[in-house]
Design a protein around this ligand. Sequence first.
Ligand code: GUN
Length: 283
Amino acid sequence: MTAQVIYGTEIAEQLRAEMKQEVEGLKKQGIIPGLTVVLIGDDPASHSYVKGKQKASDQVGINSDLITLPTSTTEQELLTIIDKLNQDEKVHGILVQLPLPDHIQEQVVIEAIDPAKDVDGFHPINIGRMIAGKDTFFPCTPFGIIQMLKRKNIEIEGKNAVVVGRSNIVGKPVGQLLLNENATVTYCHSRTKDMQKFTKEADILIVAVGKQHFLTGEDIKEGAVVIDVGVNRMDNGKLTGDVEFESAKEKASYITPVPKGVGPMTITMLLHNTIKSAKKFHQ
Ligand code: GUN
């Protein structure tokens, strides 16, 4: 079997066109969705992600603001800024770009954001709601993956979904969202024994470990749906995924490429969450 390639770029473009229309409608009611991104330090990858977020926000008409702070910013200074944003009626979404410098506790910062403005879906209240199966802000990459599957009419209910990787940002929440969609979910991680035994049983295989070509066609069941969340830079400077694309493509029924796969969906879901928040504030 040769897989159909799922381009996140195409699905993201469709979704953003729909969002643009929605935002135009909201603006007629005097509602301008507002997103503020806080970026600390000078990590080039973070700067590049944030630029993408700003550009995408502009594209759909979301009012986006960027606060850049030096690495020397203290935790207290950051908390003061977050508190101001929590109070600001024009701000519907707050995103503090991770990772943070070592002297700032990530969890303290995440918990300081008003859950009603937590468009990342990282606040424990929103995680709790997600686990309870309630509607809330879902973390953007996992939510984007679910949207990709849905837009491609890929059935989730009753399928064996295997998630490789257990990060708080991707692995854990994507497993939860798949469970909410009635998949049977298995998590694999660095301590899993005989991982191939699990990956070869997967109807839907999500790979988010951050290791170049961690899985190949050999690890995949014939006809599986393979979602590659990895973004790894090769020696030649090009980006590649956690899955060896060429061999996996010969086994899978659907597969996402890197780049142009999951990445564009993440930002799109951030826009979705910001619009959702703006609508809620004006209910
Ligand atoms: N760094 C890498 N991915 C993310 C994300 O989804 N949200 C935030 N806030 N930081 C990140």
